[in-house]
Design a protein around this ligand. Structure first.
Ligand SMILES: [Zn+2]
Ligand SMILES: [Zn+2]
Length: 154
């Protein structure tokens, strides 16, 4: 469950476990290239009258392009999340707090999943840590071996 009834939260922390498919409306308009669903595991607890703390882990796989050699890569999305949901109008000013509409009947963590996934995939991936990239002069993939340019420039 990724949307939790506040009455359950009044009784204690609630496990938030679920999967969001790439086509889920939570990701609408982000233009993400998710390979499969994003797995959400977490725990939501009430920390104030109108305030809830969510600690979670998000995992999935993302399609991308190596920033050095432009090869297609699939890399893991793997991120820890700690966010606050609050219906307190004062907290609405704080960009790190997810606002809730009063009166709060349920806490839906999906807006936080959306944002955190978007943040996690903006990093430019590498096909591997030591990717040699492309030659700036001839465009050859230097992972396949040196091109002729180095010899020419000497
Ligand atoms: Zn590469
Ligand atoms: Zn070259």
């Amino acid at each position: 469950m990724l949307a939790v009834d506040v009455r359950d939260l009044h009784r204690g922390a609630v496990e938030t476990v679920g999967q969001l498919a790439p086509q889920d409306e939570a990701f609408e308009g982000l233009g993400l290239a998710l390979e499969g669903p994003v797995a959400v595991t977490g725990r939501l607890s009430q920390t104030g009258d109108h305030e809830f703390f969510w600690r979670a882990h998000l995992a999935g796989r993302v399609h991308g392009t190596c920033r050095r050699c432009l090869t297609a890569v699939t890399y893991p999305l793997d991120t820890d999340v700690e966010v606050l949901f609050s219906a307190d109008p004062d907290a609405a000013e704080d960009p790190s707090v997810y606002p809730l509409v009063s009166p709060v009947t349920r806490v839906d963590v999906r807006p936080a999943v959306r944002e955190e996934v978007a943040l996690a995939v903006t990093d430019f991936p590498l096909c591997r840590e030591d990717c040699a990239g492309l030659c700036l002069r001839c465009g050859a993939d230097l992972n396949a071996g040196p091109c002729g340019c180095a010899a020419l420039s000497d």
